[in-house]
Design a protein around this ligand. Structure first.
Ligand code: HEM
Length: 502
C-alpha cells in the first residue's frame, strides 16, 4: 500500500473509532457522570440569568434563547440551575423516557401555599397520593365514561351560551359583545355543577361575614388564585435567604388561601346538607364523600377546587383564541362553516359528530399549538442524576419544559407564527389524536382533562360558527397581549356577531 494511502486509511479508521466512542459515551451505555454538561447561557455573578427573564413572558424569552443556544441549555436563576427544553424530542425524553428521575414537582413559595403543599392531582409528586387521587378524578370526572355521564351538563351550558349571544344580538345588534363575559359565566357554572352538583348563584360565607354572588365566588376561586400563582418571591431564587421574611407577599398569598378555603367550606356545607336530606346527585363531591374514605375534609376541599379551576381556565383560553383567529380570518371561518353545513345540515353540531369534522378538529389543535394555554409545564426537578439529549443532568437541577417553544419550533412547523389549521389535515395525523402538539404535555402526567377540553371547545366553536358570522370589534386585531406567565388574553375578546340565515 502507498504510504499516503496508508496514512489516509489510518486517519479514517482512527476518526471512525473516535466517533463511535464519542457516540457511545454520549448516547449509550456511558455513566451519566461522563457525559458533557448542558451548554450554559452566560449570565452575571450571583443573580445568574435573572435579568434576562425580566420580560415576564419566560416562554417567549426561552424560545428566543433556543434560537441562539440550541434546544437544550441551562440558565441560572439565582442559586438554582434551570435546564430548559425547547423541542418535542427533548420534552418527550424528559416526560416519558426519563420520567422516573424527573417526576418530582418544584413549586414556588406562593404555589406551595396555594396548592396546600401539592394536595392536587396536577401538582402532586408521583407517589401513592397521586395515584389514588388520579384514579378518583378519572373515575368520576374526567375519564371517557365519566364524561359521558356529565354530557347533559355540557349540553345545557351550550344552550345557555347560544341563547345569551342571541339575546345580545337582538338587544344591541351592532354593538360588539364581550365574548369572555358570557362564555366564562357558563363555563364556571358547568364547573360548579360537575364538582358540587349545583350551579350555585349565591352563597353566605360565615368567615367572610357576607353573601357572595357567583361573580365573587369566581373571583375568589379562580381569578385571584391564578394571579397569586404567578407571584414571584425573590426567595424562590435564593433559598439560602429564606429566613428573611417577605411579609407583603406572605400576607397576600395567605389571604388568598384563607378566602378560598372559606368559600369552599361554605359550598361544601351546602352540599352536605343536601346529601343529609337524602338527595344524591352525580357530582365529584358526592363521589369523594362516599367513595374516598381515605381522604380528609381538607383534601376533599382541595380536590374539588382543583376541578373547578381547571375546568374554568384553560378551556376558556383555547376557545377565546380560536374565536379571535376565526373572527380575524373570514376565509377560514367560511371553510369551517361549509364543513359544518355539509355534516350537520341545519341541526346543531353535537359531540358525537366531532369525529366527522376534521377541519373543526384542526382549528382546535392549531389554536392549542399557537396559543398553548399552559406554555411551560409546572417546573419539575431531577431527584437523581440522569441525562437528557446526551448531556449530564445532575440531581437537583430544575427542569422547565417549554411547551410554547416546542409548538413554535421552526424545524417542525412551517411558518409557526401563522395560524393555519390546514397543517393538521395532513394525512400523517390521526384525526382523533388529542396529542398532535405538546399542548397537553406527555407521558404519565399528560393532561387528564384533554377529553373534556376538546369536547367543550370543539362543540362551542362549532355551534358559535353555525349560529353567527364573526367579526373582530374595532382595534381587536392588535389586542393580543397576554397575562403574565400564561397565554390568557389580557383583555377580553370583543366581537361583532351577525346571525346566519338558516
Ligand atoms: C386546553 C385545555 C388544557 C390544556 C392545554 C392543559 C394542559 C395540561 C398540561 C400541559 C398538563 C401536564 C402538566 C405536567 O406534565 O406537569 C396538564 C395536566 C393536568 N390537567 Fe390539563 N389542560 C387543559 C385542560 C384541563 C381540564 C379541562 C382539566 C380538568 C377539568 C385538566 C386537568 C388536568 C389534570 C388533573 C392534570 C394532571 C395530570 C397528572 O398529573 O397526572 N386539564 N394539563
Amino acid at each position: 500500500m502507498h504510504a499516503m494511502e496508508f496514512l489516509t486509511l489510518s486517519v479514517t479508521v482512527a476518526a471512525a473509532a473516535f466517533s463511535i466512542l464519542f457516540f457511545f459515551l454520549r448516547h449509550a451505555g456511558a455513566g451519566a457522570g461522563s457525559l458533557p454538561p448542558v451548554p450554559a447561557v452566560p449570565g452575571l455573578p450571583v443573580i445568574g440569568n435573572l435579568l434576562q427573564l425580566k420580560e415576564k413572558k419566560p416562554y417567549k424569552t426561552f424560545t428566543q434563547m433556543a434560537h441562539k443556544h440550541g434546544p437544550i441549555y441551562s440558565i441560572r436563576t439565582g442559586a438554582s440551575t434551570l435546564i430548559v427544553l425547547n423541542s418535542p424530542l427533548l420534552a418527550k425524553e424528559a416526560m416519558v423516557t426519563r420520567f422516573s428521575s424527573i417526576s418530582t414537582r418544584k413549586l414556588s413559595n406562593a404555589l406551595k401555599i396555594l396548592t396546600s403543599d401539592k394536595c392536587m392531582v396536577a401538582t402532586s409528586d408521583y407517589n401513592e397520593f397521586h395515584k389514588t387521587v388520579k384514579r378518583h378524578i378519572l373515575t368520576n370526572f374526567l375519564g371517557a365514561n365519566a364524561q359521558k355521564r356529565h354530557h347533559i351538563h355540557r349540553e345545557a351550558m351550550m344552550e345557555n351560551i347560544l341563547s345569551q349571544f342571541s339575546e345580545h344580538v337582538k338587544t344591541f345588534s351592532d354593538l360588539a359583545v364581550n365574548f369572555r363575559k358570557i362564555f366564562v359565566t357558563q363555563l364556571f357554572g358547568l364547573a360548579l355543577k360537575q364538582a358540587l352538583g349545583s350551579n350555585v348563584e349565591t352563597i353566605y360565607v360565615e368567615e367572610l361575614g357576607s353573601t357572595l354572588s357567583k361573580e365573587d365566588i369566581y373571583k375568589i376561586l379562580v381569578v385571584d388564585i391564578m394571579e397569586g400563582a404567578i407571584e414571584v418571591d425573590w426567595r424562590d431564587f435564593f433559598p439560602y435567604l429564606k429566613w428573611i421574611p417577605n411579609r407583603r407577599l406572605e400576607m397576600k398569598i395567605q389571604n388568598l388561601y384563607v378566602r378560598r378555603k372559606a368559600v369552599m367550606k361554605a359550598l361544601m356545607n351546602e352540599q352536605k346538607n343536601r346529601m343529609a336530606s337524602g338527595k344524591e346527585v352525580n357530582c365529584y363531591f358526592d363521589y369523594l364523600v362516599s367513595e374516598a374514605k381515605e381522604l380528609t375534609e381538607d383534601q376533599i376541599s382541595m380536590l374539588i377546587w382543583e376541578t373547578i379551576i381547571e375546568t374554568s381556565d384553560t378551556t376558556l383560553v383555547t376557545t377565546e383564541w380560536a374565536m379571535y383567529e376565526l373572527a380575524k380570518d373570514k376565509t377560514r371561518q367560511d371553510r369551517l362553516y361549509e364543513e359544518l353545513q355539509y355534516v350537520c345540515g341545519h341541526e346543531n353540531v353535537i359531540e358525537d359528530q366531532l369525529s366527522k369534522l376534521p377541519y373543526l378538529g384542526a382549528v382546535f389543535h392549531e389554536t392549542l399549538r399557537k396559543h398553548s394555554p399552559a406554555p411551560i409545564v409546572p417546573l419539575r426537578y431531577a431527584h437523581e442524576d440522569t441525562k437528557l439529549g446526551g448531556y449530564h443532568i445532575p440531581a437537583g437541577s430544575e427542569i422547565a419544559i417549554n411547551i410554547y417553544g416546542c409548538n413554535m419550533d421552526n424545524n417542525l412547523w412551517e411558518n409557526p407564527n401563522e395560524w393555519m389549521p390546514e397543517r393538521f389535515l395532513d394525512e400523517k395525523y390521526d384525526h382523533m389524536d388529542l396529542y398532535k402538539t405538546m399542548a397537553f404535555g406527555a407521558g404519565k402526567r399528560v393532561c387528564a382533562g384533554s377529553l373534556q377540553a376538546m369536547l367543550i371547545a370543539c362543540t362551542a366553536i362549532g355551534r358559535l360558527v353555525q349560529q353567527f358570522e364573526w367579526e373582530l370589534g374595532q382595534g381587536e386585531e392588535e389586542n393580543v397581549d397576554t397575562m403574565g406567565l400564561t397565554t390568557h388574553r389580557l383583555h377580553p375578546l370583543l366581537v361583532k356577531l351577525k346571525p346566519r340565515i338558516k
